[in-house]
Design a protein around this ligand. Sequence first.
Ligand SMILES: [Zn+2]
Length: 350
Amino acid sequence: MGLKAKPRDTLGLPHLQLNITGFGMSDSDEPDSSAAVSSIAPESATSNSQPLALSDVSPQDKPWDKHRSFADRVEGFYVGSEFQGYSSRIHCCSELLEFGLAPTEHDTLKLKLRSARFCRLRHCPVCQWRRSLMWKAKAYKVLPKIVEAYPSHRWVFLTLTQKNAPIVELRETLKQMNRGFQRLVQLKAFPGVGWLRSTEVTRGRDGSAHPHFHCLLLVQRSYFGKNYIKQDEWVEMWRKSMRLDYNPVLDVQAIKQGSKPMELVPELLKYCTKESDLVADREWFLELTRQMHKMRAIATGGVLKEYLKELEQEPEDLIGESESPEAQEDSSLYFGWKRPEKRYRLVSQE
Ligand SMILES: [Zn+2]
């Protein structure tokens, strides 16, 4: 790097200190905006160095490189298929990221995403990551309110599966599971007064599809007393609801008294299909696209619906509001996707 780094103590910018000079805070704790951005122009780098990489100046933004790399691979899968149009959409997805600089509580600055263009395709690795982040943020915000409204209730985490299906039968299998789930929640013995359900599809080693439901149930306290349902009884209920001739694999976990359901959010609202499965095989991926078209990823019911039904929709906002306050200055840093080296680098600032 051609830029001299100031010692960390004087800069107070543990994430930015290696590459950026001039971000020091003045005595008034106001960012020294005159010095802040003028010194990191790409052209200020010497001839043997590259413009700043996003992952170097902002470790918290490292995931961008990873997800956009997967997006490149998915984009390639769509080329020459009936989804050619999707490949162009993914190509343009989040190619340019605009960040502002926001102060943190430690008197340092961090990058805060201001704008980006997203393709919003279901299986775009960038967009499903952003979607999952937005859903999680919403759940973390709302679940404490439900805990407060139902102080004596408890939580159960249920994972419902059935045998793997050929990928070409995934859509029909998911429809059957939806119908089975509807029958399950209507059983008299079903303990959930409210539920949140997400669908995950993983790829079996043999190229089959493994669809499963993750469900968070709000149950009355008596579930852990006289109304307790044992594992084999759950299996029986799910087998009957699904009208299967075998016992399906099912996992049920009680959330300990006093524990909050928030700890289940990462498992519950993760991606519909993990990135390594998306890129494992082109034909499988194209069939997944066909099979999952317009299938809903998240469903809510019972008393949780009024709190969480927003999660059933595609989030309008994929930028998100972070906890940090708005960027204090108007200048923006633009990072562009550099395909050959799979990194975002600073392309301009204003
Ligand atoms: Zn996208």
